[in-house]
Design a binder for this molecule. Structure first.
Ligand code: SF4
Length: 433
């Protein structure tokens, strides 16, 4: 079924207004320089919005009517129905988790009370990073450090321009880096095939080098660079189609850099050995720090993923995939993965939360579902309870943690609609338990 989208919720704004310095919640970069026009019936992006921002801000707010088993209901009725289902569930799974800090705090409290499991809809990508961080640690940069210091940026197997459309404009090609001298440029290297290099341009961009290779072989290329830096013979003329001379050239560039950064977006590394790619990148960065400054920069954080992991860590001590079934938080990154729990039929209720985009759909499941979603989401099956919710930074104020984990940004309310926040709905469900 398609979540209803007629009868728009009444907008609060009565007159056209220009709002500056708006933070965008539609990817983990959280660009905070957008200019938005708020009219009586819609919000439009006037300046500094990318294609994702325009799609997110200008999406119609849709129907604010909750549903129970597909039939219209009041919000109070839907909250009561959701509370009854959660109260009766043996192991409710709180998934998706596309929400802001306040929403996630409410989810953690409800999961604790209900004895449930929490896991984010994009955490498969996050775990490519977390397992490296947990087992061996890493050197990481921030967006600001990269913009101000990097003279070499290596894009590792990730289509950054699609996932984070303003990354090059705001970070890599920024015109006035604090610590690059006048006229000094930075080199950009793309490793992987099919990566969009078109945004690597501007006065601060020097050489742009593309090293196309199959996505799953990017880790091999990085491992070869690492081996050559150690002086090891490879016994071959090429690795994943990239000549040894080219690999040696990249190794030399890394060694000569004053501040190099390896950039990847975990959801782009979607192949079985992707965690090994992150590990070898991290190991190469460590090696380079023996003689120069080098760091990693993991992007991602779309759909509130970084905020969800941060709040879960504050509240439970663990980044995600936590179960409260025993009355205390138990962490297991394999056992409590949402996709595994659903496939194995080990959860008897899915509570799916997606307040940013209609693309974060619930996975196929035999378990009945409660869905708190931004209107317009196409669902494969009718949920037991559907509650349309507002988007943080659009329908209500909120807060998100940026993809580099070093700052959280406040999100303004643009008063687009009267849709309730995830935090309010989840807190009401907990009260009704
Ligand atoms: S790059 Fe990301 S945060 Fe920046 S405007 Fe686009 S979607 Fe929003």
């Amino acid at each position: 079924m398609t979540a209803p989208s007629p009868a728009e919720a009444p907008p609060r704004a009565a007159a056209t207004e220009i709002i500056e310095d708006v933070a965008c919640p539609f990817c983990g970069l959280l660009c905070d320089d957008l200019e938005i026009q708020r009219g009586p019936s819609r919000v439009t992006v006037r300046k500094n919005g990318c294609v994702k921002a325009v799609a997110g801000f200008e999406r119609p707010p849709g129907d604010a009517s909750p549903r129970i088993d597909g039939r219209p209901a009041t919000l109070a009725e839907a909250v009561q129905a959701a509370a009854r289902l959660i109260g009766a569930a043996r192991l409710p799974l709180f998934g998706g988790l596309g929400t802001d800090v306040e929403g996630m705090r409410a989810v953690m409290a409800l999961a604790d009370r209900a004895g449930g499991v929490v896991d984010h809809g994009l955490s498969d990508g996050q775990y490519r990073n977390l397992e490296v961080l947990q087992t061996s640690g890493w050197f990481m940069s921030t967006l600001t450090e990269t913009r101000n210091r990097a003279d070499l940026v290596v894009i590792v197997g990730s289509d950054v321009n699609t996932m984070h459309p303003r990354f090059f404009e705001r970070i890599v090609a920024a015109p006035e880096p604090m610590f690059l001298g006048p006229g000094q440029t930075r080199t950009v290297v793309f490793i992987g095939e099919g990566l969009d290099a078109s945004a690597a341009k501007g006065g601060r961009i020097g050489e742009v080098i593309s090293l196309p290779c199959p996505a799953a072989a990017v880790g091999e290329v990085i491992a070869a660079v690492r081996a050559r830096l150690k002086g090891a013979p490879l016994g071959t003329d090429a690795v994943a189609g990239i000549s040894l001379a080219t690999i040696d050239d990249l190794a030399a560039r890394c060694k000569a850099a004053s501040y190099g950064v390896m950039v990847w977006a975990p959801p782009s590394l979607a192949y079985p050995t992707a965690d090994l790619t992150v590990r070898v990148v991290s190991d190469l960065v460590k090696d380079l720090n023996l003689t120069t400054r080098f760091a990693g920069l993991a992007l991602g954080g779309n759909e509130g993923a970084v905020s969800a992991a941060a709040v879960a860590t504050w509240q439970s001590g663990f980044p995600m995939r936590v179960s409260y079934a025993s009355g205390k938080p138990i962490y297991d990154s394999e056992r409590y993965a949402a996709t595994r729990l659903l496939a194995a039929g080990e959860t008897d209720l899915l509570v799916w939360i997606a307040s940013f985009t209609p693309e974060l759909v619930p996975p196929p499941s035999r378990a009945p579902a409660i869905v708190l979603a931004t209107p317009g989401m196409t669902l494969a099956a009718t949920p037991r309870v559907l509650i349309p919710v507002g988007t943080p930074g659009l329908d209500h104020a909120g807060r998100l943690v940026r993809c580099d984990n070093v700052v959280s940004l406040p999100l303004k309310s643009l008063d687009r609609s009267t849709l309730p926040s995830v935090a309010d709905v989840v807190a009401s469900i907990e009260l009704a338990l």
